[in-house]
Design a protein around this ligand. Structure first.
Ligand code: K2U
Ligand code: ZN
Length: 169
């Protein structure tokens, strides 16, 4: 396993649309292992492959609290089959937009279909933080960042702040 570099704005790779995976094989599982190790080290609770520069429709996640056993989740070619009309706000952040947090309104519940770590088809409902995180990560697969849901002024302020942080580092 390896810890990979997480790309940050304004890297244009983050705006790429990720491509479907042909086959869940050992090579893809090695990528998912690296993604999970990278996510834990960041630390974060979700990560999309494009954030480490790989334009494949792959997401990893672990919503377990610090006092709980890790509960890694793997999503290959995830699709949202249904979204609730009801929406809910959440103060989001992003490992690719460091130290920027702002409220985003998203559907409160979604129905998902995806392939798991073994390549098996899974359909399940998500609500709460699970619904927020999977929609945030699936935005990444379309080249969309959470700041793209904010006003133009807030988005430009966020990118300027991240650029300034990178220069000072
Ligand atoms: O995509 C990412 O950078 C991973 C995010 C996932 C996430 C964003 C917004 C809301 C929930 C999850 C990172 O884990 S950001 C760190 C974080 C951790 C807990 C709650 C919110 C943000
Ligand atoms: Zn993100």
């Amino acid at each position: 396993m390896a810890i990979r570099e997480i790309l940050t704005v304004p890297d244009p790779v983050l705006k790429q649309k990720s491509l479907p995976v042909e086959q869940v094989d050992d090579e893809l599982r090695a990528l998912m292992d690296d993604m999970l190790e990278t996510m834990y080290e960041a630390p974060g609770i979700g990560l999309a492959a494009i954030q480490i520069g790989v334009a494949k429709r792959v997401i990893v996640m672990d919503l377990a609290r610090q006092d709980e056993e890790p509960q890694p989740r793997y999503f290959v070619n995830p699709e949202i089959l249904w979204r609730s009309d009801e929406t809910a706000p959440y103060e989001e952040g992003c490992l690719s937009v460091p130290e920027i947090y702002d409220e985003v309104e998203r559907p409160a519940r979604v129905r998902l279909r995806y392939l798991n770590y073994e390549g098996e088809l899974v359909e399940e409902d998500a609500d709460g933080l699970y619904a927020v995180c999977i929609q945030h990560e699936m935005d990444h697969l379309e080249g969309v960042l959470f700041i793209d849901h904010l006003s133009r002024l807030k988005r430009e302020q966020a990118v300027r702040k991240v650029k300034k942080q990178a220069k000072a580092a």
